[in-house]
Write a protein that binds this ligand. Structure first.
Ligand code: GDP
Length: 393
């Protein structure tokens, strides 16, 4: 019953692309990407327990709350309320290892924003630079989450002043990278503590703060420091929960598909922008031709292989025949679905701007362009790069 209401909510939000955020989480290995993903998902579910009529993830298999649930999923979805409105947040898996460079790029193509996670103690590391560069190259907007702040106090025993200094240093370093890697966007995308495009906290202990959250909760630097010193992260997590602060940042600072596609299509697709499909993608038009980019194929024990990807234009329905451009074949869509938490839910149709799970595209692979336009320029052909990792001084 509760799950049914949630499905209805997601079905409603899928038709409101201005309320959708398609994002990824990227980080240097061990900086906390998995912990953050899992705890955002669990946190979004906990809200539902407290507020009647609003339920998510916890209605499903409790076992799935175990660590790492988000690792194997192609995409997980959450509903988050921000300033009295609900948003559908799709967190798409972006492989975190440098070796998966190509895969990361593909996944980056499907998102419009990323949370860059940086360990407060280690600071910016080589893979932080690599994943940030991949995001910026795809015209994907970053926000910053400085994780493991608990370690600063527990392990390094820093003073409040040192804590602030260290956090600011991380922000400055990431900003320097954005400035060098994407100078044309720097003014717009520069991370700024005061506007809330930066949050810091602990994914493991489930708390986070940002300047906007401090104003709302009254939990500021001083309070964080005191709670951490007395090892009372539980109260901190209750007063300033991780998922609220981080998902507020996502909704406020990462673009909707409507906003993003206007700018990003020219970066991620080299076909004729004035063609019907080019214009439809630019406008995230549900009435346009179908243009879908697959990011991952997942195996389902019941449905077999499922192709998951970002629908840039058109509306996907069962029974449609789609060209798999890179394979020069045509497959028939059997079912289309959305994600609710990590679960796939079949629906009648899915419009542009969403992350969709499709059964029937048996020839598709990660990176495939699936479309109703026979001669569409594929997404994947843009960059087959495998350049060496250049670490900036
Ligand atoms: P990933 O490689 O980026 O996915 O990193 P994981 O999420 O697997 O985290 C790496 C390690 O850091 C794990 O042992 C986590 O428990 C730990 N970790 C994650 N977040 C925090 C945090 O906020 N504080 C502390 N102290 N440890 C954390």
């Amino acid at each position: 019953m509760r799950a049914k209401k949630m499905i209805d909510k997601i079905k409603e939000l899928m038709y409101k692309p201005e309320r959708i955020r398609n994002m990824g989480i990227v980080a240097h290995i061990d900086h906390g990407k998995t912990t953050l993903s899992d705890n955002l998902l669990a946190g979004a579910g906990m809200i539902s327990e407290e507020l009647a009529g609003r339920q998510l993830y916890l209605d499903f298999d409790e076992q799935e709350r175990e660590r790492g649930i988000t690792i194997n999923a192609a995409s997980v979805s959450m509903v988050h309320e921000y300033k009295g409105k609900e948003y559908l947040i799709n967190l798409i898996d972006t492989p975190g290892h440098v070796d998966f460079g190509g895969e990361v790029t593909r996944a980056m193509r499907a998102v419009d924003g990323v949370i860059v996670v940086v360990d407060a103690v280690e600071g910016v590391m080589p893979q932080t630079e690599t994943v940030l560069r991949q995001a910026l190259r795809e015209n994907v907007k970053p926000v910053l989450f400085i994780n493991k702040v608990d370690r600063l106090i527990r392990e390094l025993e820093v003073t409040p002043e040192e804590m602030q200094k260290r956090l600011l240093k991380v922000i400055t370093e990431v900003n320097k990278l954005i400035k060098v890697m994407k100078p044309e966007k720097y003014n717009e995308w520069k991370l700024d503590v005061t506007n809330g495009s930066v949050a810091f906290g602990s994914a493991l202990y489930n708390w986070a703060v940002s300047v906007p959250s401090m104003k709302e909760t009254g939990v500021g630097f001083k309070e964080v420091y005191e709670y951490l010193q007395s090892d009372d992260w539980k109260t901190l997590a209750k007063k300033s929960p991780l998922h609220v602060v981080v998902l507020d940042m996502v909704v406020k600072h990462l673009p909707s598909p409507i906003e993003a596609q206007k700018e990003r299509i020219r970066t991620i697709w080299k076909g004729d922008i004035n063609s019907k499909v080019g214009q439809a993608m630019l406008n995230c038009d549900p009435k346009g031709p179908v243009a879908l980019m697959i990011t991952k194929i997942v195996a389902d024990p019941h449905a077999g292989e499922i192709a998951v990807g970002r629908l840039f234009s058109g509306t996907l329905k069962p029974g449609m025949d789609l060209y798999i451009i890179d394979r020069k074949t045509k497959n028939r869509v059997q079912t289309v679905g959305l994600f609710m938490g990590p679960k796939r839910v079949e629906v009648e149709e899915v419009p542009a701007g969403n992350i969709v799970a499709v059964v029937g595209l048996r020839d598709a692979a990660a990176g495939s362009t699936c479309t109703s336009v026979e001669d569409m320029e594929p997404f994947e052909s843009i960059q087959h790069f495998s350049e060496p990792v250049v670490t900036m001084a």
